[in-house]
Design a protein around this ligand. Structure first.
Ligand code: SAM
Length: 184
């Protein structure tokens, strides 16, 4: 048997604040955050949506201490527990550090750092309405170029990108929507 997976709560950091900033002008009916961590991003958005929910694989104790009433928080894998086409906004700051095997679920993103983000994106698309928006944080610590080309293979348009250069990595927030004629 390998090492048990760590399920620690991710404390707000630069990536958290950048995602929070990028979401400032979003309003709508229903939104989902995949990987709510401390709850800081979801809490900042929740008041502008009629329904705001988050999923994470943290412990029940950590979910209880997140900054939101437990009602909107679900301990579940990505968006697996939701039916298709529910949310007009889905956002995530996924684990994106290249690491294999995955030992720390808060930060390890798979061999090139995009395997976990790609799995978040796939689920996000499934639960997104046709006209909905996905807001995804990525870092050049992972293979961000391949993540972008995966988005375009899926028929997603990158509407805009917000970047922040830190001394050890560059963070980007991607705002993704389906192409008008995409079948996904
Ligand atoms: C980089 S942290 C971001 C946390 C928080 N959203 C923030 O911005 O501070 C990534 C989060 O994704 C969660 N996570 C990892 N795998 C997951 C999965 N399969 N389903 C849901 N959440 C997951 C981790 O537990 C962690 O809280």
């Amino acid at each position: 048997m390998g090492q048990p997976l760590e399920r620690r709560k991710y404390l707000p950091a630069e990536d958290t604040y950048l995602l929070k900033d990028a979401l400032r002008s979003f309003t709508g009916d229903a939104c989902l955050e995949i990987g709510f961590g401390s709850g800081a991003v979801l809490a900042s958005v929740a008041g502008r949506f009629r329904l705001a929910v988050g999923t994470d694989v943290v412990s029940l104790e950590d979910a209880r201490s997140a900054r939101l009433p437990s009602l909107g928080l679900v301990i579940a894998d990505r968006a697996q527990c939701f039916r298709d086409g529910l949310f007009d906004l889905v956002f995530f700051n996924p684990p994106y550090l290249p690491a294999w095997p995955i030992e720390d679920l808060a930060v390890d993103g798979g061999p090139t750092g995009i395997e976990v983000p790609v799995s978040f994106l796939g689920d996000a698309l499934r639960v997104l309405t046709k006209e909905g928006t996905i807001v995804a944080l990525m870092s050049d610590e992972g293979d961000a170029e391949s993540f972008l080309s995966h988005c375009s293979d899926l028929g997603l348009e990158v509407d805009s990108t917000i970047r922040k250069k830190l001394f050890y990595e560059t963070l980007s927030v991607l705002i993704l929507r389906r192409n008008r004629d995409a079948e996904i």
